[in-house]
Structure formats: C-alpha cells, structure tokens
Design a protein around this ligand. Structure first.
Ligand code: ADP
Ligand code: MG
Length: 452
C-alpha cells in the first residue's frame, strides 16, 4: 500500500481509536507490502505488534478494505533496527560498537510501555507476592535475592511488572545501567555478534550492566549456544553481585530442554508465581482500565452490571479482558451508543463464545457430583434414586446453560440418555428454581465455582 493510502487510513483510525491510542499504537507503524491478501505493517517491537494485533486488527482491516486494499489478514514485521535493548547510558564509556542499522550504540533507550507502571498494576491475592517482590527489587537497594524469577501463564502481568521495575529503577537510580530485553532479543543480539565477529563487545556490554532483566526466558530452551552464553552472562553478573530479574511462562523446573545447570541457577534466588486471576482481581482491573478508557472517550458511560458480567465471563487472561474493553469502547464510540449489556453481547460475541467453550460437560459433572457428595459414576449411571436424579438434572441444566452443547450431545455424555430426558431435567430445574430456595442457592454456588 502507498504512504498516501496509509495516511488516509491513519486519519480514520485516529477517529475510531482516539488520540491516545493513536499516538501510542498507530502512528509509529509504517506500511509495508500487500501480497496475497496479507498486508504487512512494520512495528518497532514484537510487543508492539502483539498488542496492535490483539486490539486493533479488526479496525485496521476494516479501514484497509474501506481504502480499497484487498486484504484478509495482517502481518506485523519488525522494522530492521529493532534492537530493543534499553538502558541508561553507562557512566563508564560504552564499548566501541556501533549499530549498523541506526548508527547508534546498541545499548539505547527503547520503548518501555508507558502504561506498564506500578501505579497501573492492580494488586490482588493472585499476584500480591509477585508484586511485592517486584517492588522490592525496583528499590535498587542491596541485592537480597538473585535472581528474581517471576513466572505465570500468558497475559497475567509478567511483562507489565518487568517494565514497571525497569522504569522505577531508572527513576530512582539514574546512574544504574539497567538492561531489559526479551530472551528472543538476547538471542538475536548474540547471533548478530557471532555473525559480525563481535563477541568480545557483546560480552562486554552484557557484563557491564548493573541490572539485567530478561523477559520470557523459556524462549532460549533448546537453543544450545544461546543458553550457554546466557549461562555465562548470568554467572558473571551474579559473581559481581548484580541484580538479575527473569520472567518465564512456567517454573524453572518445568521448562523443557533447559540445561540442568541453568535451571538450578535460575532457582537459587526467589521464585514467585503469578496465579491465574480471580473474580475480584478481574473486576478491579476492569474498573481501573475503564478509567483509562474514559480519558480517550470522554462521555462514554458503562451501564452497571457490564463489568461484573465481563469479570465473570472472561477468565482466560488479562490481555483478553483488556482487549475486550478496548473493543467495547471503540465500538460504542463508533456506533454512538452507550455501553450496556446488549452492546456488550453484540460486540464481544466471539470472545464470549471462546470463553464459554472453556467450561466442559465433564467439568460440570465433576463439580456437581462433588457439591452433592455423590460419585461421578452414580450421577452419570442408570440409577434413578432421587439422591442421584436431582443432581443429575442440575448438571444437565448447567450444561445447557453454560456450554454450547445440544440436548442430544448432553444426553450422550450422561450415560447415553435420550435428549427428551435432558429436556425434561432442564425443565424440572427451571420449575424448582422458582419454588425451591435450596436449588437456587446450589445453582448459584455451582455457577460461581465453574466460572471462577
Ligand atoms: P504476560 O507478560 O504475563 O503475558 P502482560 O504483562 O503483557 O502479560 O499483561 C497483559 C496485559 O494485561 C497488559 O496490558 C497488562 O497491562 C495487563 N495486566 C496484567 N495484569 C495486570 C494487573 N494486575 N493490573 C493491570 N493490568 C494488568
Ligand atoms: Mg510477556
């Protein structure tokens, strides 16, 4: 696509995403080639590409098509000078190495996401330990645990905390040489140094930092020479009592194809995990993010109940939750409606469907049998005793409500029962819901347990 096309598209995107999002996420992109229905956009970092892909893909595709570009998919590519090592310039003279692409020293200040600060991080039970540990190392005091190893599933805030630490360290201790990069970038630099025969410079740079932060370290598993180099860098820094902060998507022991000596090194400091979010944390995060969205879209109201609904339904990870909210606001401003339940259901149908699929018939059966203290086999089996039949009907009802399975499918999973049996069970519970307070309470408890 031409610069002109992209210029027009950008103008329209500005209107739909708002000034803040535009400045942060749209303006820095450069248009690339369009081929076979795939439009390439050049982005400064992987992180940036992921974020735009998750939050603005639909809008961008829409605008591209409106501009007459024949496109079905977006591809985000790194601009060549993607060396994203960030650090304060060292007090001592930097090693004499110049970056061919940009003509600057490879140790440059690169984007720390401005929103990934401690202030914007919502603390709850699942992440309080990780947060406290991050705060501690961000003080830049004497090194007490080395390394700090943060781990947790996708979208639970690891990168957010890493950026927050880097930012705070830079503010508190400007003299410190803080280096933050992803394990992927570490490998990239390493391979580049090998290729350009600049290993001495590479070692020099990495061993002269005061704080080394490596995000997503699981990436180097199985990449033997990178692992080796990482190990040596790590040891050299620990020997000098320099702080190391690592993140990964799982515990050191669970990273496959990581050498034992690396694993044991990674474990010798403090290992803390970010647990999956709970309802309260999700709601807290949504409330905070709504405040941020309001700055972009002043005047847009969120009807009460919507955030609670989202916190109940979108349980996978914070990124998805946040993406849903961004989309809701963009959509609402686009169509000029307020954010109520109806709009939410319309706009987020796909996300809601995905999150729904997560609750399986088996899960419901298990939870219900636990709740009523009966054996799973008795609930699914042929016995007609009331003490089994009622829980069975409750489970059928929940399957109908909480999964997208059809009545015959549900019947099959309850010991091959007929769909009319399921229908009858569902009806029976619907009646009881009105007359029997105990059933209503059971359903509520079960639903909550299943959704959390
Ligand atoms: P990870 O690196 O663990 O995959 P990120 O740090 O990229 O996850 O987080 C994904 C998104 O969710 C980011 O936009 C981040 O700001 C947000 N997020 C995650 N946890 C929290 C939290 N506790 N408070 C506020 N935002 C959060
Ligand atoms: Mg991350």
């Amino acid at each position: 696509m031409t610069q002109d096309d992209w210029g027009n598209i950008k103008k329209r995107l500005l209107k739909t995403v708002g000034q803040n999002n535009y400045t942060t996420w749209i303006a820095p992109m450069e248009p690339g080639a369009v081929s076979e229905g795939i439009a390439t956009l050049n982005v400064p970092t992987n992180f940036f590409g992921n974020y735009v892909s998750q939050n603005f893909s639909d809008l961008i595709l829409h605008e591209l098509r409106a501009e007459g570009v024949d496109v079905s998919r977006l591809n985000f590519a790194l601009t060549p000078q993607n060396a994203q090592i960030i650090a304060k310039p060292a007090a001592r003279p930097a090693p004499s190495q110049t970056d061919k692409a940009s003509g600057t020293s490879p140790v440059t200040t690169a984007p720390l996401d401005p929103r990934f600060s401690f202030e914007n991080f919502v603390v709850g039970k699942p992440n309080e330990l990780a947060h406290a540990a991050a705060k501690r190392v961000a003080e830049g005091g004497p090194v007490t645990f080395n390394p700090l190893f943060l781990y947790g599933g996708v979208g639970l805030g690891k990168t957010h905390l890493m950026h927050a630490i880097a930012r705070e360290l830079k503010e508190r201790k400007p003299e410190m040489n803080v280096l933050y990069l992803s394990a992927e970038q570490f490998m990239y630099r390493f391979v580049q140094a090998l290729r350009d025969r600049k290993m001495m410079d590479f070692k020099e740079i990495f061993r002269s930092v005061d704080v080394l932060m490596v995000d997503d370290v699981q990436f180097i598993a199985g990449k033997d020479s990178t692992q080796e180099e990482f190990f040596h860098t790590f040891n050299a820094l620990v020997d000098q009592n320099k702080q190391i902060i690592i993140s990964a998507d799982r515990a050191p022991t669970d990273i496959k194809d990581l050498e034992e000596r690396v694993k044991s090194r990674l474990q010798c400091g403090l290992v803390v995990d970010l647990h999956p979010t709970d309802y309260e944390l999700r709601l807290g995060i949504l409330q905070t993010k709504v405040e941020a969205q309001r700055k972009t879209y002043p005047g847009l109201e969120v009807e009460s109940g919507v955030l609670e609904f989202l916190a109940h339904r979108i349980t996978s990870n914070v990124r998805v939750l946040e993406g849903a909210l961004t989309r809701l606001f963009a959509f609402a401003s686009l169509v000029g409606r307020e954010i109520n339940m109806e709009l939410t259901q319309d706009c987020l149908a796909d996300v809601l469907r995905d999150s729904e699929r997560k609750i399986s018939v088996e899960e419901i059966q298990r939870k219900v049998s636990e709740h009523y203290n009966i054996r799973l086999s008795d609930m699914i089996g042929p016995k007609r005793l009331r003490s089994y039949a009622r829980p069975r009907q409750v489970a059928m009802y929940l399957c109908k409500q909480m999964t997208s399975r059809s009545l015959p499918e549900i019947g099959r999973r309850f010991g091959g029962r007929d769909h009319t049996t399921v229908m009858h069970g569902v009806k029976r519970i619907e009646e009881l819901k009105v007359s029997d307070g105990q059933i209503t309470e059971d359903l509520e408890l079960l639903r909550r347990a299943l959704e959390s």
